[in-house]
Design a protein around this ligand. Structure first.
Ligand code: ADP
Length: 448
């Protein structure tokens, strides 16, 4: 078997790189003598012309630096201020500037030129995420014939959104140069097929094959996941280590864990919790919401706005309902170590995973994996998370519907132990069968 070459925007760093993708791909990279390629996270004055090896680690890693201008226009610009909002149904937040697109193409072309000479004929290439949409096209121009797969970690936009992007057609053409396009959910596959036909001018050949001259590609759903067994063990260990004051007698805990991104629906969640408290005075002092939200993409206006709105709402709800013994919302605007998170999930009776749009949402899966099977908590999950297609035994909500969310919070808090167990076991069975190892194996088996 040839080598696997993986590309992702940020290369896993450190002597022992960690993270979901490393867990999923580390073994096959090691077995095939493969490579992982990505940006270093550092900036440089002059663009690199060759890839640089990172010392140590269980598999070979090659990286390159971005210039300040590339960081600004390729990363913060086209990737995060055009593609991210577009792919999350927020075309109104797209910032269209020609220099963003020019730099995005230039970075992908530069990467293709550094990569092409090291590709061997039997290598397989797996490109991750929206930072590298043109990469297969650029590699084909340079004569690379190897199988190239792509996995998009976000949702895929349908034709109505895609037509808002001035170069939507070009994106479809780029994508057709991948042999296999992996998406998170069936809804994304439907959206992608429709966009490739309506915006890209392709022909749907049936059976998830698309012809977009001169190439043919296959588009399939591969829902990403976690290592459920490993996370379960982590939570079991960590529940003993929880800091004092988190768990209180006669008080239920609800938890939300999301980067502070406008796609995550945190303000809608806070409003629904405010509505719940307004309706149910008997629950005052008996329930708290702990929301852990590290800042992300600071300096981009839409992210500054969401932070301001979230801080305002938590202050307003606490101002309305808090008393000396109780504050309804604890809003923590920083990252916490993974093991602490695992313990907090296990200590929480309810998880609120209510994004307005999300590729998958791994927090939903982590929460279930962390539960005590004898006395599990309840997951409230947005219908707009890719995870909702697999996790139908959660309480599924529309995050825009404040009334429904508030009612569902009460349902979750009052749910019998028997029903919680039944739902948990069904969800956990799914997580164990289709874990992150299943995800990477099924993608690579189809890539060939
Ligand atoms: P996204 O990739 O859009 O951020 P996901 O829910 O798919 O959303 O993945 C988020 C990952 O980041 C999860 O593994 C989660 O545990 C982790 N995470 C989110 N918020 C925090 C936090 N405050 N501290 C530590 N880890 C976090």
């Amino acid at each position: 078997m040839g080598r696997l070459i993986c590309l992702s925007n940020r290369i896993p760093t450190g002597a022992n790189p960690s993270g979901g993708l490393v867990v999923a791909l580390g073994d096959v990279l090691e077995e095939t003598g493969g490579l992982w390629i990505g940006t270093s996270g550092e900036t440089t004055d002059l663009p690199d012309a060759t890839l640089r090896e990172i010392e140590g680690g269980p598999f070979k890693r090659l990286c390159f630096d971005l210039t300040e201008e590339e960081q600004e226009n390729y990363y913060a610009g086209y990737s995060n201020s055009v593609l991210w909002p577009l792919f999350h149904g927020r075309t109104d937040l797209m910032e269209i500037h020609q220099e963003y697109l020019n730099t995005y193409k230039r970075v992908n072309r530069r990467l293709a030129k550094m990569l092409a000479p090291i590709i061997q004929p039997d290598d397989r290439i797996w490109v991750h995420d929206f930072h590298f949409l043109p990469l297969a096209y650029e590699l084909r121009v340079l004569g690379v014939q190897s199988p190239i797969g792509f996995f998009l970690h976000t949702p895929f936009p349908g034709p109505i959104s895609m037509q808002a992007l001035p170069n939507g057609r070009e994106i479809c053409q780029w994508l057709s140069n991948f042999d296999l396009i992996g998406l998170q959910a069936e809804r994304d596959v439907r959206a992608c097929l429709a966009s490739m036909v309506e915006i890209g001018g392709g022909s749907d050949l049936g059976g998830n094959f698309m012809h977009l001259s001169p190439r043919q590609c296959r588009i399939e759903a591969f829902p990403i996941s976690i290592d459920a067994g490993e996370f379960k063990e982590l939570a079991e260990r960590q529940i003993e280590e929880l800091p004092d004051g988190i768990v209180k007698p006669n008080r239920s805990l609800m938890i939300g864990v999301d980067r502070l991104d406008y796609s995550k629906g945190v303000p809608q969640r806070f409003r629904a919790f405010g509505e719940f408290l307004a309706r149910h005075e008997d629950w005052h002092r008996h329930v708290s919401l702990i929301q852990i939200s590290p800042p992300t993409r600071e300096g981009v206006q839409a992210y500054d706005d969401i932070r301001e709105e979230t801080e305002y709402l938590s202050g307003q709800i606490n101002g309305t309902f808090a008393d000396i013994q109780w504050a309804p919302i604890r809003f923590i605007n920083r990252s916490v170590p993974r093991e602490v998170l695992a313990g907090l999930y296990r200590a929480s009776q309810v998880a609120l995973v209510t994004p307005l749009m999300d590729g998958m949402n791994l927090v939903a899966k982590e929460y279930i994996a962390a539960q005590n099977p004898d006395d599990p908590g309840v997951l409230i999950l947005s219908q707009f998370a890719g995870a909702a297609e697999q996790m139908g035994q959660a309480l599924i909500v529309n995050p825009h519907d404040t009334e429904q969310m508030a009612t569902t919070m009460l349902t979750a808090l009052l749910m019998s132990r028997q029903e919680r167990r039944e739902r948990y076991h069904a969800l956990m069975d799914g997580l164990t069968t289709q874990d992150v190892h299943w995800w990477s194996k099924s993608f690579l088996a189809m890539l060939g």
